[in-house]
Each structure stands twice: as structure tokens, then as C-alpha cells.
Write a protein of this length. Sequence first.
Length: 259
Amino acid sequence: MTGTPLPPNPPEPPLVSGEPAFGPTPRRSRWRPLHVLWEWAKSMTTALLLFLVVRTFLVEAFKIPSGSMEGTLLVGDFLLVNKLVYGAEVPFTHARLPAVRAPQHEDVIVFRWPQDPTKDFVKRVAGLPGDTLGMVDGVLQRNGHALRERYSSHTEPGSDPAGEEFRWQRRYLVGRARAGRSYHPSRNNWGPLVVPPAHLFVLGDNRDNSLDSRYWGFVPDSLVKGRPMLVYFSYAPDSASPVPFLTKVRWQRLGTRIR
């Protein structure tokens, strides 16, 4: 028995150039460059925020511009400063994070200069609140005891300048000095003074070349920013070299702990 012949398969329509044989036409990735740019921006923003958090609350870098701490720190030293140890200040407020500990005698600290808080100074703590301080022939006296300071130096032992900048000390004199009619302080001979509450008395290790508390007074503890930990980079400034930070590196100072 002869069956009914099947109709031939209809011819497939020709493919249109650029279109796939099956399924919907995929959209071209026209926005891929913008996607990459957006991912890069997010990464940079995250890195910037992390940097700001670390710099504000944990560690900040400082450069030594003067020789007031020579013997311990040199001009051209770059320091990493621990801001958490004394309690970092919260930006735009007067609040501070809880401190690990308070400043102690002989700590090297970074603080905002009381006479111009836009400038940062680095000095060593010589007196805490309640201490009685003085200096006799360049030797620091604290609470009636002469101190042997291994870190201090005198580059001009034959001079002892005096001036009006020392007269602020009169308000803090104690004992016979307060009762006396005259008080003539100088760089190497002054006091005794009592450090007021919530303040510090600081000195540079290079005693004959340091603008410190002898000249402008006590440091409110609210201006303390942190304690230097180590020297992470150092170079000798040299006007004869066009790139001293490359050619005058003090390799032996890199990683030096600050004591």
C-alpha cells in the first residue's frame, strides 16, 4: 500500500548577518568601561578612607625640620608616630579616644605648639603635673634632685643668654624664688617652677639650640598628638646635591627606635 508522500521540509530562512542562529540577540557590553571605572573609584575611595582612619587614630608620619633634638633625632629624619598611645583626638570635636597610658618622664612626644597650634613640635617630657622643676648651670633639677640625662647635649657651654621671653616663669615660681624681689632667669639657670595640672614641661635634647618650655611655657596635655616610634626614612639635607633624598640616605638610621 502506497502511503501519502510527506511534504518536503521547508527551507530554513537565511541567517541575517550578525545574528545568532538560535536564541535572542545578546546586548553588546557597551557599559564595560564605565563598570571598570566605577570599580576603580570604589577601590580608591576605600583605600583613601582607610588611610584617613589610620592617619587620624593610629599612625602618622612626621619630618624633623630642625636640630633641637639632635643626639636623638636628626634633621631629615622621617618618623612614624603612635597616636593611639595617648588617646587620639576625634576630628572636629574636643573628645579623645581612651589612652593606653599618660605621658611619662623622658617620653619623646609630638604636640601642637601652644603659641601656634598649626605647627607640630617634637620634644622630650621633662616635667609632669605637680613636678617642681629648675635648672642650675644647665643641669635639670626635678623635685629637688639633679638629673643625669644621657640624651641631653650642650653645644654652647660657654654662653647663657637671658631675655624677656623667660619672664613668664614668674607666675609659677615657688619658695624663696617667689618671695624674692627679683628674678633673672636665663637659658641655663631658672626656676624652681611648679607644673600646673593637665600640663607638661618639655625640653629639646639639644639644650642650647631648642625653642621649648623654657621660652614659651607649658604644653596643655590636650595638644599632645602622639609618641614617635621609629625612623622609617632619613637623609642628610645637602644643598650641593639636587636629589639628597636619593643620594644622601642615612641607611643606618632606617628602622631606628626612638627612646
